[in-house]
Design a protein around this ligand. Structure first.
Ligand SMILES: Cc1cc2nc3c(=O)[nH]c(=O)nc-3n(C[C@H](O)[C@H](O)[C@H](O)COP(=O)(O)OP(=O)(O)OC[C@H]3O[C@@H](n4cnc5c(N)ncnc54)[C@H](O)[C@@H]3O)c2cc1C
Length: 382
């Protein structure tokens, strides 16, 4: 596995369980290449940003997350040569060979696309510490204009910009200053949420909560002097505080390879996730180019499919599994209500009304997340 986040860890733990005999007999070894010493529960960045949760609560050391028989190399991958089955690490340019490889390097904010955005924006995607800067800023707001929304595509967790709008609104109402602050949500899409059934559910809430929505707004640049965002369409939005979702990019070593597209997203088969023309190599989670959301549930389910199929190839036992394209992202709508964005390749997103029960389910996911990386609670993903 290259990348030991949500997708890489479940893949390694499933492989460790399926191939325990082969690992014991030293016929198989499993290695995770991971640049970071710790992992963070990324959905919790919203809680850090808008409710002041301590960033430390989201963190776990890598070593605690590894299943039996899984080794970690604490180094970033600098290159992946599929023709020669070789990984080269950034640290000391060490070379490693492999029989199977799973790319699970996720994605991260790309501030190069909109001049001025990096300087002016505070985001809840980079990491937990950066997210905490939003909460500090919120605490100082007395009046003004807050702008949230989507500053470029693609990005991870499709509902998260909308969640930010609802959570800022909730914070300001709870602190009695909502009437002094305007909230504007910008999006390049033609509606507030791209999937119509969810759009129908949340649009009335934008009206109810007095959150202005500016659709078909493709962010072009941010002017720090005028405090103004300009769009490719020629529109502008004024701001005092920017908590925008930046566009995301894949890991840099994937760019300009034969197996990724022009932006560096890895080209895979959408059903078994093998990298085009390489049946021993796979890419899962945020870093591949399949037509689903970039979200943890997808990374998890894709990892299980890939681990099953690699184990089947090695042992000659079992049956091949395919990914259904299932997405299941929670969307908090403020004041302890939430809806879910649920669908598959064949089943369009459902219309699910916000409720306290959905919110409770979202909270359960937070509690079981770390255990789920060890392969526990699989019934919840069925
Ligand atoms: C605010 C927010 C809210 C979210 N809410 C939800 C939600 O409600 N539901 C949901 O399903 N998902 C949610 N997500 C998305 C979810 O966290 C990601 O989609 C998921 O983590 C993707 O898993 P991954 O394995 O592809 O990438 P990641 O978990 O990001 O892991 C990638 C790993 O690769 C490592 N890496 C990167 N480059 C290299 C390299 N060159 N060499 C070695 N290692 C490398 C990174 O350090 C990282 O550890 C949310 C995300 C955010 C930010």
């Amino acid at each position: 596995m290259i990348g030991g986040g949500a997708g890489g860890l479940i893949t390694s733990s499933k492989l460790s369980a399926e191939l325990s005999e082969e690992i014991k007999q030293e016929k198989v070894s499993i290695t995770v290449f991971e640049g970071a010493e710790t992992q963070e529960f990324q959905p919790g960045y919203l809680e850090v940003a808008f409710r002041g949760t301590d960033p430390q609560k989201l963190r776990r050391p890598m070593e605690k997350l590894l299943s039996p028989g899984v080794k970690v190399v604490h180094a970033k991958c600098a290159s992946l040569d599929l023709d020669n089955h070789q990984i080269v690490t950034a640290k000391n340019q060490e070379k490693y060979d492999f029989d199977y490889v799973v790319v699970s390097t996720g994605c991260s904010p790309d501030y190069s696309q909109a001049p001025g955005l990096r300087e002016e924006n505070l985001d809840f995607y980079t990491d937990a510490d950066v997210s905490s800067r939003i909460y500090k800023t919120l605490q100082g707001i007395k009046s003004g204009r807050v702008v949230v929304g989507i500053a470029g595509l693609p990005y991870k967790c499709p509902p998260s910009p909308n969640e930010a709008a609802f959570m800022v609104d909730e914070y300001l109402r709870r602190h009695g200053i909502r009437k002094n602050v305007d909230i504007t949500f910008i999006t390049p899409y033609t509606r507030i949420y791209t999937a119509e059934p969810i759009n129908e559910v949340i649009s009335p809430l934008y009206d109810e909560r007095n959150i202005e929505a500016r659709t078909v707004f493709n962010t072009d640049s941010v002017d720090p002097v005028k405090k103004e965002i300009s769009s490719l369409e020629g529109d502008t939005v004024k701001y005092d505080y920017l908590f925008l979702t930046p566009p995301h990019k894949p890991a840099s070593f994937l760019k300009e390879t034969s197996y990724s597209d022009e932006d560096g997203w890895v080209k895979v088969d959408k059903l078994d996730l093998h990298i085009t023309d390489h049946d021993f190599a796979f890419a899962i989670g945020d870093t591949n180019n399949i037509p689903t959301s970039k979200a943890g549930v997808e990374a998890h389910l894709e990892g299980i499919v890939v681990a099953n199929n690699i184990a089947m190839n090695i042992t000659g036992k079992g049956t091949k599994h395919l990914f259904t394209g299932r997405t299941q992202c929670s969307m908090e709508t403020g004041f302890h209500d939430a809806t879910f964005v649920v669908g598959t390749y064949d089943r369009p997103v459902e219309k699910i009304k916000p409720s306290k029960i959905n919110y409770a389910e979202k909270k359960v996911m937070e509690h079981i997340y770390w255990g789920s990386l060890h392969g526990h609670y699989e019934w919840l993903f069925k």
